[in-house]
Structure formats: C-alpha cells, structure tokens
Design a protein. Structure first.
Length: 602
C-alpha cells in the first residue's frame, strides 16, 4: 500500500512523547478544576466551566488508556478519533464557532431551505424512477460495458443518490447521460432539475447559512464591543478614583503614579506582552495626562509589544565626521534609505545573473567560469551589506526587524554554499551541482522580498494576513473536523485502498488510478480529504470504500457526512468569510485614500 513517505519518529520515542503530552493535558485540566474549587467556588464566581473541565479530564484519561492498550496488545483499531478530537474540540475558539454555527437560530433558517432542497431531490428521484425504472435497454457502449438507460434509477435509493450526485457535484452529466441519449426529451426534465438544484437551491441553502451566521457574528461583535467599552470605562473610573483627582467637577484624570502601577500590574500577567519598565512613563508623558477621552488610545498602545534597544552601534560612527555620510546613507530617508536603494539595484543585477545561469542549466550548456566567480562576488557583497548596517546600527536594533533577520540568515547561507564547491570534498561538489538551481532560489527570494515597497503588494499582503487572522476560528473548527475524519478513516480504512485489490476491479477509483488517494496514514488521509473538500463531493470515494471496506454501508456514509459537515458547510463559510473580509479591507483602503486626497486638497 502507498504511504506518504513522511519521516516518523521512532516508535519508542513517539510513545514516550505521546504519554508525556497526554499527562501534561490531564494535569492542565486537573489544575483548572483545583483552582475553581479552592478559589472561585467559595466566592460564588466561575473562571472555568467545571463541566468542560470534567469532560477534558475524561478525554485525557481516555487518550492515556487508549495509548496504554495499544502498547500492551498492539490492537490495530484505536479510539484516537474520539478522545483527541474531543480534546481539540474543547479549545475555546472551536467551541465558540461551533456554537455560533450550530445553534437554534442558524439551524432553523438553514433547515427550512435545506428541507426544500432535499424534497426537490426526492421528488425528482420519484419522477425518474417512475419514468425509467424498467427502461433496461442499452443506451450506449462505454468501452466493453453496455450502459443501460436506467443506470442509477433502478431503485428508489439509487434514484435518490443519483439526484444527490447530480444536484451537488459537477458529475451530473454522467448521471443523466444514459436517459438523455435514449430519450432526448428527458433533457427538459433534467434541465429543470439542474436549474432548481445547481443554480438556485444549492446556492440558496449555503447563502442562507452564511448570511445567518454573519448576521450572528455582527450582533455578537456589537455586544462584545459594548462590553469592552463598558469594561474600559469602569477601569478608567477605578483608576481615576484611585488617583483622587476628581475635583470641582473637572474632568477626571489618572495620575502618573497610578498609571505606572497599573501597567506594572499588567506586566505580571503571563498573557500580556512584555512591557519595559520605562515605557509606561514615556507613554504618559507623550499624552501629557490620561483622561477619559484618551484612555482607550493609551490602552491600545500598551497592548503592543515593546522593546528597548541601543539605536547606534558601539562604534559610534555618527560621532565621527568622516563617517557621518555613511550613517546618513544607512538611516535616511526613513521610508527607503539610500543604502537600501543601492542594494536593490545590486539585487536586480544578481537577478539577471540568476536568469543567465538558469538558462545555461535548462539548455544543458556548459556555464562560463565567470559565473562561479560572480556568485562569490555577490555573496561577499551581501555580507558587506550586513557588515555596513551592523557598523551603523546596534545588533539589537538590526535584529528587531524580521526583514533584517531574513537577510542575515540568507546571507550566511549563500556565502557558505558559494564557498563549499571549493572544498576538497568531491561528494559535496556533486551534491551542490545537483541542487544548484534550488540554491539560486535563495537569491530570488531576496529579490521578491523587495516587492513589499509597492503599494499594491503591500495591500495584498495586508489583506491576506487580515484574512488569515480573522478566519482563525473557522480554520480551527474546520481543522477539528478534518482531524476527526483523518483519524477515523485511518482506523477504519487504512490499507484498504491499494493497487491490485480485487474488490476494486471495475470501480471508477480503479479506472482513474486514484490509488495515491488513500487512508494508509494521516498525511495520505489529509490529502485525500483535501481533494474531496475542493471537489465538493467525490462519488468514487464512496463507491471504492463501499466495495473494499469490511464496514460496508457505514464506510459509504462517511463520505457524504464529510461532504455535508466540512466540504459544504465549513468550506463554504470559509470562502464567504474570505470574500467578506476582503471587501471590508478594500472599503477601508478606499476610505483612507479619499481622506488622504481631501487632506492634500485642503
């Protein structure tokens, strides 16, 4: 059977690590339960949901027992798909989104349209069965096989499944082609059905679900925003009262001493980003005072991550008149310093050299000797770039930017790989010759990195990062469903779908040579379900599992169940959410451009 070929840990180490992780998870839930009983229950408050904590302990203990049983008797079937999926489901983001989608309000509106959709399928299945059940003549030849007119319409269950496949997938032509070839007038019937299902009802079902969910998200956002505003106001009132500066009806203010103590308390929280001691005083001095009007702005600032570094290097070149020009070249202008402009031109020349080298490789020509020397020259030029910047900037200032960290690492990697061929080691030279084009990609990545200076590229990068950040909950819940079906299918169908299995003879799965899409390990299962997600519904999966698996009809039902929960609901929600976020970001960018134009005109 085909496996993914992904490297796995040795079984002994993996089992030890598995036990340690499971014990850590169990201890986490036990500490939550102990904290709740000792400190919050006596004062009639609740930090953690006790029921969720108990369920988490159950799943953690079950996972440990499942691992122990596997270690003792090496049973091929495990219950990881229950216990570990349960633990993942207890994540707050997963629970929150699950309750937002599968609640009474959303499901009520979704069901009203879905029932009509299903009813349409059943109604046309009954019509198709009535018209073509006994039309067992040959419609056409498919290779050596004679395709009957009533293929897929011989029984009511077959007819319903045919309507389902034809109504939700792109394989409707295969479903209705036999009857259409034999009776051209049946095309009118199937055209009406496809208009109702593929064009109208299928999209209406998903649009109803998506619109209801997004409306619920908007309502929840409004409530959450009001709650945050009330909490911020209450926090300000508390700090202002502690400052004791509410006199003669004047606007309340938070004293500098109280504000610094407030920030110091936040610094002690492990979930808060590190705040250097001097930052609070600097922020307070910047605003002059903390009032009701600017308290939210101040809080938004201290929520960011701060770091304090020495700006200039220890060489202090800025104090030396002969080196002042170099410091100015590296620092100014702030948007794109002159030194960076110069290095961008060097990168373009390097890009031209990479194109020339790649052309020689693709055409199987012998590369001129000067290309090797140029590679070394460029490697040392990039090293010079790092040295110049570190001569002007302190290492802490240089390292605080991710782009500089990327340049630093790639520079040394390029330099080492450029010098390795000159070592007296034949095997190293042979390996580098084989991976020469891959190593050149490192230089191309540095060139592509410079695209960030273009506004359109900045907009797309910001949009993608915003989408990924905003869709975190949807991706978490979708990943939970994915993990469940992957672990379940590996347990049930591992080693079932393989080339040469006599049970798969004549199936569409075997005819299409889809043997690489199997459930032999987690990575192969993930790839198989990923294809199903993108293709919406793949009937060949269900047919192959029904034929080859010992689980029979249960194996068949897993494929439609995955389609409904993950490919249909979760994936469509993700697409809709992506479009919604993109439109919102585009609107914000348009409004910002209008404001800038008005400021320029004013």
């Amino acid at each position: 059977p085909r496996l993914s070929g992904i490297w796995y840990m040795p079984p002994g180490y993996a089992l030890v690590l598995e036990f340690l992780i499971e014990l850590a998870v169990l201890r986490k839930f036990m500490l939550e339960y102990s904290l709740e009983r000792r400190h919050f229950k006596p004062i009639h408050e609740q930090l953690h949901n006790t029921f969720i904590t108990k369920v988490g302990c159950f799943f953690a203990v079950g996972s440990i027992m499942d691992t122990a049983v596997f270690l003792a008797i090496r049973a091929p079937f495990r219950l990881t798909f229950i216990f570990r999926t349960g633990l993942i489901f207890l994540l707050p983001a997963v629970q929150h989104l699950f309750s937002s989608i599968f609640n009474r309000r959303v499901m009520a509106e979704f069901s009203s349209v879905a029932i009509f959709f299903i009813g349409t399928m059943v109604f046309f299945a009954f019509i198709g069965l009535t018209l073509f059940q006994y039309a067992d003549g040959v419609s056409f030849q498919e290779g050596e096989e004679a395709v009957r007119v009533n293929r897929g319409l011989r029984s009511f269950s077959d007819a319903v499944y045919t309507m389902f496949v034809g109504g939700v997938t792109g394989e409707f032509l295969d479903c209705f082609l036999p009857t259409f070839v034999a009776y051209h007038s049946s095309g009118i019937l199937w055209m009406v059905y496809l208009l109702l299902t593929q064009v109208l009802l299928k999209n209406l079902v998903m649009d109803t679900l998506i619109s209801t969910y997004l409306q619920g998200v908007d309502d929840e956002t409004k409530v959450s925003t009001q709650g945050h505003a009330s909490a911020m106001l209450a926090a300000f009132e508390m700090l202002a009262n502690e400052s004791g500066e509410d006199k003669n009806g004047e606007a309340q203010k938070v004293s500098k001493k109280v504000f610094i103590a407030f920030v110091d308390s936040l610094r002690k929280s492990p979930r808060w980003k590190p705040i250097p001691e001097k930052i609070a005083a600097l922020v307070y001095d910047h605003y002059g005072s903390v009032t009701r009007e600017n308290f939210c702005d101040v809080c938004m600032i201290i929520e960011n991550e701060f770091w304090v570094t020495r700006r200039s290097s220890s060489l202090n070149l800025q104090d030396k008149p002969k080196c002042a020009w170099l410091c100015k070249w590296v620092w100014e202008p702030e948007e794109l310093p002159g030194f960076d402009k110069f290095m961008n031109k060097v990168l373009l020349v390097n890009f031209a050299m990479v194109v020339v080298e790649s052309t020689y490789d693709v055409m199987n020509w012998d590369e001129p000797a000067w290309t090797d020397y140029l590679e070394i020259v460029f490697a040392f030029v990039y090293l010079g770039e790092v040295c110049v910047k570190l001569a002007v900037k302190s290492f802490a200032e240089y390292w605080s930017f991710s782009s500089n960290r990327f340049d630093f690492l790639t520079t040394w990697l390029l330099l080492i790989t450029s010098l390795l061929p000159y070592l007296p080691i034949p095997s190293v030279e042979a390996d580098l010759a084989h991976y020469a084009n891959i190593l050149r990609l490192l230089r191309l990545i540095r060139i592509v990195k410079q695209l960030k200076q273009f506004p359109s590229v900045q907009f797309m990068v910001f949009t993608i990062s915003r989408i990924v950040s905003a869709a975190g909950e949807i991706l978490s819940l979708m990943g939970t469903f994915f993990f469940f079906f992957c672990t379940l299918s590996v347990n049930l169908f591992g080693g079932v779908l393989y080339e040469g299995n006599p049970k798969l003879e004549g199936s569409e799965y075997e005819e299409n040579h889809w043997f690489v899409l199997n459930f032999n390990d987690m990575f192969m299962a993930a790839a198989t379900w990923f294809v199903q997600t993108l293709c919406e519904y793949v009937p060949a999966y269900a047919q192959a599992l029904h034929k080859a698996s010992s689980w029979g009809s249960l194996a068949w039902w897993i494929v439609p169940f995955f389609y409904i929960t993950t490919a249909a609901i979760m994936y469509e929600l993700l697409l809709a959410f992506t479009i919604d976020v993109y439109l919102e970001v585009n609107k914000e960018a348009f409004e910002k451009e209008e404001e800038e134009e008005e400021e320029e005109e004013g």
